[in-house]
Design a protein around this ligand. Structure first.
Ligand code: AMP
Length: 540
């Protein structure tokens, strides 16, 4: 016997409709480069999306075609998110910080037909244009209302095209399993790999993101995604904003910690999302300027581990809750959320921190397990480390046109994350390391993440990253790169080592020569610690 519910297509058109109809008066706010704010309602937004669909059709975009965007977080990028997918084409968000080689590789690999680009980023495309012969048009988006002078061929102006288009478009019936968007992983080795999201996966991911034990989004929230819209769908926030009706505040081009703080205060932001490095910078800025953020309740942290010290500092000094997430581009990206449960509420603060530091329990819809090198399942005892494998309706089942893809999946079809983790009896997952970042010294493992956390908890440390260096005697030894918070009062190697000895065994603690002070920890294109660069420095 079959169920008798409607075969209703789960697609981005439904998300767009809900935003425009139910929350038509809600605003989308964008900070422009001159510091002023652009604002309009979701009703006006929906009309512009319809115009843009007509523009895309006039440009010859067909269902299934890939359309690239090279943009910061702003309202026009949001229009592109919805217009491209709702007309049946595929939104391909390009990472603005990739090397020229990687950028031309992914434009060609995805076969982008048209690319929409911010004025401030056109030079990035000028550098690769000759390598990308299949791109028919470049459409330039300018937040200052000036026509950009670029050398891009076949260049069009976004606002001119929109002004000439009708604001009524007929939307096609979509197959919910068809592609809506794609994003390439930052790919630490080899070429970047393309992840293709379906309408269905985006819709279901959006529902999970909104749940109370997910990000807990509602119409009452004012949400600022600092995480770029080119990084894993800005963690689902653009879609969730329209579905929940919350107010979306977009930081525009080149946001710094100071700009962020100002936007949060001006726009009464309640929730913001980004990698730990940005919240670290925000913290330093707030302290230096003696500011507080009275409306902010939650900072969503993902992409790298939220250091214990950071969670504690925001709790105690600013009354702001750090909500720790783990995810991957391949998972749309939400995997797990680190919230405490009701029976933990009367635990001591430190015990609660032990839980909140973990990456958390799987979001409703995601399933997780741990496996050893031979694929055997490992126990959920909070101690045994193995590779995390996952499955669910918004987890990738392959990579776009990639013959190597099968290596990333188990024989029974679960996705291999490459993260080495423990899971406790209650399903809380904690990352010990990326498999390649674990340090093996004298046959025993040292977690670089644990050591970084410990160093960053020390007063006077701004940032710390730990990597392995080859060692004749021990195979590998940890090297700690440390940034002092106050350059006028630098810390010493011995202070760091003495502090580490309170937590780590003597053999695990880096030698004096392996504690190195630097000005800043290098970051990847999405703001994570770039350990590849640190390893290269060591080789150098
Ligand atoms: P990306 O696809 O670029 O977002 O990278 C995904 C990877 O980032 C994961 O496989 C983890 O190694 C890392 N990651 C994401 N969130 C966290 C987190 N909360 N703690 C530690 N590592 C994380």
């Amino acid at each position: 016997m079959q169920g008798q519910m409607m075969d209703f297509s789960l697609d981005t058109q439904a998300i767009l409709r809900r935003g425009g109809q139910i929350f038509g008066n809600q605003e989308v706010v964008t900070r422009l480069t001159d510091g002023s704010y652009h604002r309009y309602t979701l009703r006006e937004f929906e009309r512009r999306v319809h115009r843009l669909i007509n523009v895309l059709r006039d440009l010859g975009i067909q269902p299934g075609d890939r359309v690239g965007t090279l943009c910061w977080n702003h309202y026009r990028h949001l229009e592109l998110y919805f217009a491209i997918s709702s007309m049946g084409a595929v939104l391909h968000t390009l990472n603005i910080r990739l090397s020229e080689e990687q950028l031309s590789y992914i434009i060609n690999h995805a076969d982008d037909q048209v690319i929409f680009v911010d004025t401030s980023l056109t030079s990035v495309l000028e550098a690769v244009e000759d390598e990308c012969p299949n791109v028919r048009n470049y459409v330039v988006l300018d937040d200052q209302g000036e026509t950009a002078e670029t050398s891009l061929s076949n260049q069009l102006d976004y606002e001119t095209l929109l002004a000439a288009a009708s604001d009524q478009a007929t939307l096609p019936d979509l197959d919910e399993n068809s592609a809506a968007a794609m994003c390439y992983t930052s790919g630490t080795t080899g070429n970047p790999k393309g992840v293709v999201y379906s309408h269905r996966s985006i819709y279901l991911h959006t529902m999970a993101v909104m749940t109370t034990d997910g990000y807990g989004l509602s119409q009452r929230e004012v949400v600022l995604p600092f995480v770029p819209m080119f990084h894993a769908n800005a963690w689902g926030l653009p879609y969730a904003a329209l579905f929940s009706g919350c107010r979306l505040v977009l930081p525009g081009a080149q946001p710094t910690a100071a700009i962020l703080a100002k936007i949060m205060i001006d726009q009464k932001v309640t929730t913001a999302a980004g990698v730990p490095a940005i919240w670290n910078m925000l913290y330093q800025h707030l302290k230096q300027e003696n500011l507080s953020l009275d409306t902010v309740e939650t900072l969503i942290v993902g992409g790298s581990a939220a250091p214990r010290a950071m969670i504690e500092k925001f709790d105690k000094e600013f009354n702001i809750t750090i909500l720790h997430l783990w995810g991957m581009t391949e998972m749309s990206p939400l995997g797990t959320v680190g919230r405490i449960r009701s029976h933990m509420e009367d635990w001591s603060y430190d015990e609660q921190l032990d839980i909140r530091m973990k990456q958390g329990v799987p979001a409703a819809g995601v399933e997780i397990r741990i496996q050893d090198d031979n694929g055997n399942l490992l126990p959920w005892d909070g101690k045994t480390i193995g590779e995390l494998t996952v499955r669910g309706p918004w987890v990738a089942s392959g990579y776009y046109n990639n013959p190597e893809a099968s290596k990333s999946f188990t024989e029974d079809g679960w996705f291999r994350t490459g993260d080495m983790v423990t899971i406790n009896e209650e399903g809380y997952m904690q990352i010990a390391d990326r498999s390649k970042d674990l340090i093996k010294s004298g046959g025993e493992w040292i977690s670089s993440v644990d050591m970084e956390n410990c160093i960053m908890a020390y007063n006077g440390v701004a940032e710390a990253a730990v990597v392995a260096r080859p060692d004749d005697k021990w195979d590998e030894r940890p090297v700690a790169f440390v940034v002092s918070a106050d350059s006028a009062n630098p810390l010493t190697e011995e202070q760091i080592r003495t502090h580490l000895l309170e937590t780590f065994a003597k053999w695990q603690v880096p030698g004096v020569e392996d504690v190195r002070f630097i000005d800043v920890v290098p970051k990847t294109s999405v703001g994570k610690f770039d350990k590849k660069v640190l390893r290269q420095r060591l080789e150098g």
